[in-house]
Each structure stands twice: as C-alpha cells, then as structure tokens.
Ligand binder design. Sequence first.
Ligand code: PMP
Length: 463
Amino acid sequence: MTSSAKKNESLTSVHLFSIVSTPFLITHAFSNSSCGGGAMAREKFDITNMKLEDHNHQEFIEYQGDDLFEVKNYFWEYLEDAISKKYYIYGNPLTTAPVPEVKAYDRYTDSVRHYLNFSSYNYLGYSVHPEVIEEVQKTLAKYGTGAVSAPLFSGYYDMTRTLEEAIADFKKKEAALVFPTGYSANLGVLSCLLKPGDVAVLDILSHASIYDGARLAGADIKIFHHNSPRHLERVLKGLKTKRVIVCVEGVYSMDGDLADLPRIVDICRKYGAKILLDEAHATLIFGENGRGVAEHFGVEDDIDITIGTFSKAFGAMGGFVAADRKLIRFLRVSARSYIFSCAMAPHTAAGILKILALYANDKSRRIRLWENTHYMHQALTDAGMDIGETKSQVIPVMVGAEMRLWEIGRRIYEKGLLTGVVTYPAVSTKRTRLRLSVCADHTKENMDACVAILKEAFDEVPV
Ligand code: PMP
C-alpha cells in the first residue's frame, strides 16, 4: 500500500460523495481510499463473472488495472448484467418540466411513460413559475444564451452584480459571489483558503464538493461523527494548528436532518475554528425569512461563510458564497473554480432575481411545502417506513442492503414512481435508501399514490 493510501485509511473509512443536480441525485461520499492517491491495486476481475450481485460500484472506482482504461471492460459487463435485470434505472431523459407528474423515456419499454416525480429539487416550483419564465425569456432575447466569458473578463453582467448584492442582502452578509454551480462554490472557497497543513474538520456526511475542496487544497481532513458536537469537540481539542475550518450543512442532503448549529457554533467559538455552513437544501425553506437553518436557530452572526445553491428551491442553476466584504473580494480574484470557469448565464441571474422578489412578497409556496412535508413524514411513518431523522422536505426511506435496493428500485420505477435510488457513491452500500424530494406542488393524491407504491414495493421485497 502506498503511504498516501495508509494516510487516507487512517482518516476514517468514509466519505466523499457527489452528483446531485442530475435528475437522479446521488450526493456524497466515497471511501477515502478511493479518492485520489490512495486507491489500492486489486486483483484482476474475472471477466466471465461480472454479475451484479457479486460486485459493487466501489470496486470499479478503486480498481487499478495495468492499463488506465482496463476498468471499462469489467464495468461494461457489470452494467450490462444490471440492465438485463432492469436494475439500472438512472439517466432516463425527462421529456417534460420537472413538476410532480412528468413524462420520461423508459429504456426497458423503449417508450415515453408517465411518472409521479419525487426526485426533483423543485421544492417551491419556481422553475416553472410563469413570471420567472417571462423574465428569463426577456433577458434571453436581450443578452443571448450564455455569459460566454469568465467573470473577471466580460462574463459579469449587470444582473449578475445585482444578484450578488441581492443575495448578500438576503443572507444578511456584507457581500456575495455567484458561482456557476453550488459544487464549484464549495470547491473554489475551500481550495482557495486552505493550505497543506491546515485542517478541514468535516461532518462525515458532508457533500462531495466540501470534501473535494479540502482535498484539492491539500489540507488535512478530519472527520467527526454525523452531527455530534461532542465528537467535534474531541477532534478540535486534539489539533495543533489554529488554521482550522469546520464544515457543516444546514439540511443534510441524503438524510434531511438539521445540523445541531447552536452547539456546533459554541464549540467552534471555544476553539477558535472558522465555520463554513452549506445551506443548499435549506435556503428559502428554513428560518422565518427563508435564510436557512442558521436563521432558524438564531446563529447567523456566528457563521463565517455561507454557501448556497440556486439548483434546489430556486429551481435554477448556480451557487453562491456569502461572507464579509474583504473575504469576498479576495475570493473573487483567487478562487480558481470561479475565475477559470465561464460565468452564470445572464438570463439565469435574471430569473433568480425574479424569484427573490416573488419570494419576498408571497410565502404561500413555502407554507404548502411544509404542509406537504409534514403530511409525507406522517404518511410514510404510518406505512411502516423508516425515514431516519429527517426534519425536512428531504426524506430518506431506508432500504438497507444493495440487492434489496435494486429490487425495490426496479419495482417502483415500473409502477411509475421516480425517486432517488441511492447507493454508493452517495451513501454506503449497507445504508442504501430511496430519497424523496417533497415539493409545494405535490397534491395529496400525488403523495398518497407515492406512499402506496412504496408500500407495495417494500412489501414485495421483504428484508
Ligand atoms: N452542497 C450540497 C449540500 C448539495 O446537496 C449540493 C447538490 N445537491 C451541492 C452543494 C452542489 O450544488 P449544485 O448541484 O448546485 O452544484
């Protein structure tokens, strides 16, 4: 084993995940040994036995064959086996807007089918709001389809600047910086601020973009048990450096639970650690004014850096960081995922500005979202489902072992329900789950139908 593999192994056995803005989610982690530098060479696969039940995705990610591309042959056979069993239900193109009932192509019937959609992050339905669409169309006609330049050159538009000011205002921070995606916001901020020898202290269930930003910086990554202030304190107590940032999420993207911010903030202050809070799934949903879980707990002033994304409740695309003015100025000319990537399209910025204005005047969508969220928590619990510790519109329905996930996933898909069917690299293969995204526009009939399909599928595939 290489020395970096040993080092990675010693960190902890978990995680870095990613991909969530795909229609079929998957958020986080990878075992650390799989993430760059630490991958272990494995014995060769047997090409005559690439059955799904004998392997898992992680093995392919970690595989180091003699040839860089060798893995593709094994993975091809493995996936063909999954497809022959109708277990592979990812990446089917939608042919309608991402609303509660959609149409999507089904590779198994080679047709476009109707589905109940509980897998889009269109929590407040803004992606199809007529006034947002009108605003986007107007801007599109005037500015064209893209920013077509990096932001420090000519990729920065009047509405991008207005959006940054509006976000800073909304988040009650001095300034904000808009990134092309939420992923690049975390990546850019952490990789810019941390150096080798610095420490990123991460909740084990942190999003891949947080892990990746810290890794790119070459910082030491220390992990604390999920949402455990006590373990966080133990980790901080043992550190020799003051150059430390603790990263947590307001709403955890695969579990839907909330960071215990009051206690986490106290501990960070006690040890002088900075705090980065990712409010990707919480913005517009938590807190009296929708600023997120920090507002909900009344600890906004204790958060040094807030990250957000426009790909969830905003129904658009892009990310942001909000912090003090001097930090934002430094990041604007130093964060590499910002300066070396094409900027957000002007029409996207205009659409988001419209959403902020609509949101300020009308919280009815948010009220409906919360009614639906409570309804689904109750209905799923009454149906005997394990929904973990969720406190939000992000609802995991725990499945367990991967083979059971494939069987249940195939069944719900055939019955016409889209949810996240989540395993590695988003969660460990032993803690697989379906992941539901509840939206304001789901009707009671949609929700009842969803629960009925789930119940049927779970009953058909007992543990
Ligand atoms: N942070 C968290 C907590 C997320 O869940 C996600 C995506 N789901 C991101 C960051 C990345 O956001 P984006 O999809 O906008 O890149």
